[in-house]
Design a protein around this ligand. Structure first.
Ligand code: DLL
Length: 435
C-alpha cells in the first residue's frame, strides 16, 4: 500500500517544512529569473526578508501573462540542459504557456499523482485506465506516471476511440478510470448505445475526474450511470498538472498537497487574504519545483478552504470544489453568471434532460441575449408539444429564480449537441467577436 508520512504531519511540523522550502525557492528564483528579481526589487523585498512561510505575503504575485511574456523558455529557473520535458496549455487566448520540468520535478509529480490515486483506495493491485489526453496537456502523462509510481497496472488509452475504450475497460478489468467528467458521461452513454449492458463484465469501482469544473449533482449522476465512486482531482499545468489537490474516500473537500504547493485564498479585487472558509481566488506557491518555480501564482480559480479536520486523518488542508474561474464568469445584462450555477439547475431537473448543454451569449443592439440549448433525454423525447412546452417553462422559471436573470431555453433533440473527449466547451460568447 502506498503511503507517505507527509500527509499526516502535525501542522507545526508541516509549517517548518514549508518555511525551509520557501526560503530556498525564493533565493533560487531571485538569482535565476530576471522577472522575479525585477518584481521583488520593485517592491523592495529581498530574499533575506523571507524567513518563514508567514513572510509569503511580502512577495509579489505572478500571473499567466508573466509566463506568456516569457515564451517559450525565459521563465525557466534551471538551465535548459536540466529540463527533460515540457508541457503547455493554450488557455482562452490561444497563446501557449510552456512549463518545463527537471527529472526531479517529474519524480515529485509522479509521487503526488500516486498520492492522489492512493487517497481513493487505488493501490498496486489496481488497473488504471488513463483516458485523459496524452501530449502537451498534462492530464494523460501526469496520471500515467502517478499510476506507475503506485505500482498499478496502467492502461494508457488516452482520450477518444470510445468503443475501444469500453472494450479494453471490460477486457483488462480496469477498476479505476481517469478522464474529464464530461467524457465520463459520454462513455456511459456509449456503454448503453454500444450494448455494453452487462455490468457484471466490468470491474470499474472508481473514477478520478477533473480538468474542468463539475458539480456535486454531476457527480451523483456519473456515480449512478457508471455505478462507481467519482472523485475530484484538481491541478493546472502552470503549477504541475493533476496532483495539486485531491478528494480522499471521505469525499469531503480536496486535500491540497501543501508540502509542495502552498495555498492562499485572496479577494481577486483587493488581493488581500479572505477570512478562512470564505470564497476567493486560489493562489499557489510551488515550494519544491525546479524547472519553473512559481511564487504566489494567481490561478484565477474560485474556491474556499474547508473548515475542520478530515475524518481520514490527513492533516493537509482541504479546499471545496472549484466552482469556476474569475475569467469564465459571464456578465449578462449586468448580472454575474457562472456556468456552474446553470449546471446545478439543469441537474436538478433530473432525467428528463441529458447532461449536455451549450450556453450562447450575444449582443443585439445594446442588449445581451442569453440562450441555453439543452438536449432532451431519449426517454423523454416525444412529439407532444404540450409536454415539451411545460418542460421548457419549468426550466425557464428555475433559471430566472436561481440566476436572477431570464434565459431563452431551447430544447434540442437527443444526441444533437457535440460531445467532448477532453474538456467540454460549453460557452459561446459571440459578444467578444463583436467588440
Ligand atoms: O486541467 C490539469 C488536470 C488534468 C487537472 C487532469 C485534473 C485532471 P490545465 O489544462 O492547465 O490543466 O487547466 C487548468 O482547469 O486552472 C481549472 O480552471 C480547471 N480545472 C482543473 N481541474 C479542475 C477541477 C489541467 N477538478 C484549469 N475542478 C484550472 C474544476 C478544474 N476545475
Amino acid at each position: 500500500m502506498y503511503s507517505d508520512n507527509m500527509q499526516y504531519l502535525s501542522r507545526e511540523e508541516l509549517k517548518k517544512v514549508q518555511s525551509e522550502r520557501l526560503v530556498k525557492v525564493v533565493k533560487k528564483v531571485y538569482d535565476n529569473v530576471e522577472i522575479y528579481r525585477k518584481k521583488m526589487d520593485a517592491t523592495g523585498v529581498k530574499p533575506e526578508d523571507i524567513k518563514s512561510i508567514d513572510d509569503i505575503t511580502k512577495l509579489p504575485f505572478t500571473v499567466k501573462h508573466d509566463l506568456r511574456e516569457s515564451y517559450p523558455f525565459n521563465f525557466f529557473s534551471a538551465p535548459q540542459s536540466e529540463i527533460v520535458r515540457v508541457h503547455a496549455s493554450s488557455g482562452t487566448t490561444g497563446k501557449l504557456t510552456v512549463v518545463g520540468y527537471t527529472q526531479n520535478d517529474l519524480d515529485v509529480w509522479a509521487d503526488m499523482a500516486a498520492r492522489c490515486l492512493s487517497m481513493t483506495g487505488a493501490d498496486n493491485n489496481s488497473v488504471v485506465q488513463v483516458s485523459f489526453g496524452y501530449g502537451l496537456f498534462t492530464g494523460g502523462l501526469g496520471l500515467h506516471d502517478g499510476s506507475q509510481r503506485l505500482g498499478a497496472l496502467t492502461v494508457p488509452t488516452s482520450s477518444g476511440n470510445t468503443l475501444r475504450q469500453l472494450q479494453l475497460m471490460r477486457d483488462f478489468g480496469a477498476d479505476t478510470l481517469c478522464c474529464t467528467p464530461s467524457y465520463a458521461i459520454y462513455l456511459s452513454e456509449a456503454m448503453a448505445k454500444e450494448g455494453f449492458t452487462d455490468r457484471s463484465q466490468f470491474k470499474l469501482k472508481r473514477g478520478i475526474f477533473g480538468a474542468e469544473p463539475w458539480s456535486d449533482e454531476m457527480r451523483r449522476d456519473i456515480e449512478k450511470r457508471l455505478q462507481i465512486k467519482a472523485y475530484d482531482i484538481y491541478g493546472l499545468s502552470e503549477i504541475m498538472g493533476p496532483g495539486v489537490a485531491m478528494e480522499c474516500e471521505e469525499q469531503d473537500g480536496l486535500h491540497i498537497n501543501e508540502d509542495h504547493f502552498f495555498p492562499e485564498i485572496v479577494d481577486p479585487d483587493t488581493l488581500e487574504p479572505v477570512p478562512f472558509g470564505e470564497k476567493g481566488e486560489l493562489v499557489i506557491t510551488t515550494l519544491t519545483k525546479e524547472g519553473i518555480p512559481l511564487i504566489r501564482y494567481r490561478t484565477r480559480d474560485i474556491t474556499s478552504f474547508k473548515l475542520g479536520e478530515c475524518k481520514c486523518g490527513r492533516t493537509l488542508v482541504r479546499m471545496n470544489r472549484v466552482t469556476g474561474r474569475t475569467d469564465d464568469m459571464l456578465i449578462i445584462r449586468g448580472v454575474n453568471v457562472f456556468p456552474s450555477q446553470i449546471e446545478s439547475v439543469l441537474f436538478n431537473i433530473g432525467d428528463r434532460i441529458s447532461p449536455h448543454y451549450q450556453i450562447i451569449v450575444d449582443r443585439v443592439g445594446a442588449l445581451d441575449t442569453f440562450e441555453i440549448q439543452i438536449e432532451i433525454s431519449e426517454s423523454y423525447f416525444s412529439d407532444e408539444v404540450g409536454k415539451l412546452q411545460a418542460l421548457k417553462k419549468e426550466i425557464e422559471h428555475e433559471m430566472t429564480s436561481n440566476l436572477g436573470i431570464s434565459a431563452k431555453i431551447t430544447l434540442v433533440s437527443p444526441n444533437s449537441l457535440s460531445r467532448s473527449e477532453g474538456k467540454a466547451k460549453r460557452i459561446i460568447d459571440n459578444r467578444k467577436k463583436a467588440n
